[in-house]
Write a protein of this length. Structure first.
Length: 142
């Protein structure tokens, strides 16, 4: 599988995060070498990111998202099939994160539910969901 990981470089030594703006390609759209994909804004400057790899775009970010230096903003794949597979994975992870954000549960309970294969959003409870609530749910529904 040939691809390019869009790791955010250090632009200004004082900036640990950048803002992605002016995204010019949709997910799964083809980009040519030299085309601008997005702009990277720091506290002092804005730089355009020009593709140095041609292929199909899969972005993890949306306009005005902050990304830590050294983290990835997305990938460019030579193969459309590889790009589609990665895009499905990214969209599923975003949907899961959104779903989990709506759940009132401890971090430990979320990790425990994952380990036990339980969809924590099915557990209805007033207050914060804890690991014992997951055990109880499993006892009644498992």
């Amino acid at each position: 599988m040939e691809f390019k990981d869009l790791i955010i470089p250090t632009i200004n030594v004082n900036d640990t995060k950048v803002t992605i703006s002016d995204i010019r390609k949709e997910n799964l759209e083809y980009i040519e070498v030299g085309e601008v994909l997005y702009s990277v804004e720091t506290s002092k400057a804005t730089e355009e990111y020009k593709a140095d790899f041609a292929g199909y775009v899969v972005l993890y970010v949306e306009d005005m998202d902050e990304v830590e230096v050294g983290k990835s903003a997305g990938m460019i794949f030579k193969s459309l099939d590889d790009a589609k597979a990665k895009n499905e994975e990214v969209q599923a992870a975003k949907a899961k994160a959104k779903k989990l954000a709506s759940v009132n549960a401890s971090k430990k309970a979320i990790a425990y539910a994952e380990e036990k294969g339980v969809d924590i959003t099915l557990i209805k409870k007033d207050g914060i969901i804890k690991t014992q609530d997951i055990d109880e749910w499993l006892k009644n529904n498992g």
